[in-house]
Ligand binder design. Structure first.
Ligand code: GDP
Length: 299
């Protein structure tokens, strides 16, 4: 957590510090409020949440005073409210008594799906859980290779099929392997071709249906690249229409100065950010902690 705070502080500090600088101007006039709005929108907070936040800040600072200390306190509280600390950010991995918890990992190519699956496996293994990974992204041979490498690295079995084989059948086989081995968790990596929504819907729908012939799907994690901004939001919407997303993995937060995407995506999907990716390494994954995040924003 300390590391998360430090890592985030490096990349995210700009937003909070910028807002604090604006809020500590002598006069909070209309121009200043517009600058504050621009700062929030540039940081990908989204128009709705930005207006809401500005309205709250205006009201509260009028009533509670606008010294630098007041501004910091009020801003911290309101940013935290925006990130919504009450959301349930646990990964729910209690499988049925007789089988593993199945986690489906979805998202467009390049978002960081395979890497995130590998990192999650590592955390689970460190936690004493037995894991099987399914390489159901059968369209890119590289995806299977990449997951296999992760499997070797973290000591987890990877179930795969030949390139071009049916993703649903690989998903089915990986869950079956998980059941046979008495695994605690099966992580299923999927393909993320978004050229065609109907095709994606068919494919992910089938993967899920086929898995559920054996085991319920406990979590559907949508992996989003924090650096893609509004583009990422468009993707998020499409996936929400296709599968019931239960949590978001926001990757590449280390490479983005725009932490506001956390707020925008949670609002848009009504689903919590559960994990954040902070780099390409095996340990660069952390549970999302709203307090640490807001503190990092404020620098
Ligand atoms: P996939 O196509 O969605 O499976 O994406 P990959 O897992 O192959 O990741 C795409 C690229 O993003 C790779 O070069 C990863 O190393 C990189 N990547 C993934 N997660 C993160 C992250 O949290 N931070 C950074 N900086 N890079 C990441």
């Amino acid at each position: 957590l300390v590391r998360l705070r430090q890592r985030l502080a490096g990349s995210q500090g700009g937003l909070g510090r910028g807002l604090l600088a604006l809020l500590s101007r002598d006069r909070l006039d209309e121009d200043t409020w517009e600058d504050i709005e621009d700062t929030l929108i540039t940081a990908d907070v989204g128009v709705g949440p930005t207006q809401e936040l500005v309205e709250k800040l205006r009201t509260r600072l009028r009533v509670e005073g606008s010294s630098a200390a007041d501004a910091r306190t009020v801003l911290r509280e309101e940013l935290l409210a925006l990130v919504d600390p009450s959301m349930d950010r646990e990964l729910h991995l209690d499988g049925p008594e007789d089988g593993p918890a199945v986690v489906l990992v979805v998202g467009v190519n390049g978002a960081g799906k395979t890497t995130s699956v590998g990192k999650i496996a590592r955390v689970l293994v460190a936690d004493g859980k037995s894991v099987v990974m399914g390489a159901a992204d059968t369209f890119r041979a590289a995806a299977t290779e990449q997951l296999t490498t992760w499997g070797e690295r973290v000591g987890v079995e990877v179930v795969s099929g030949p390139e071009g084989s049916d993703p649903a059948s690989v998903a089915f086989e990986s869950v079956r392997a998980g059941v046979e081995r008495g695994a605690d968790v099966v992580l299923v990596d999927t393909a993320g071709r978004l050229q065609n929504k109907a095709g994606l819907m068919d494919e992910l729908g089938k993967v899920k249906r086929v898995i559920e012939k054996q085991m319920p799907v406990r979590e559907v994690l949508l992996v989003l690249d924090a650096t893609t901004g509004q583009n990422g939001m468009v993707q998020a919407r499409v996936f929400r229409e296709v599968v019931d997303v239960t949590g978001i993995v926001l990757t590449k937060l280390d490479g983005s100065a725009k932490g506001g995407i956390v707020v925008a995506v949670q609002r848009e999907l009504g689903v919590p950010v559960k994990l954040v990716g902070l780099g390409e390494g095996a340990d660069d994954l952390a549970p999302f902690d709203p307090e640490a995040f807001v503190d990092a924003l404020l620098g």
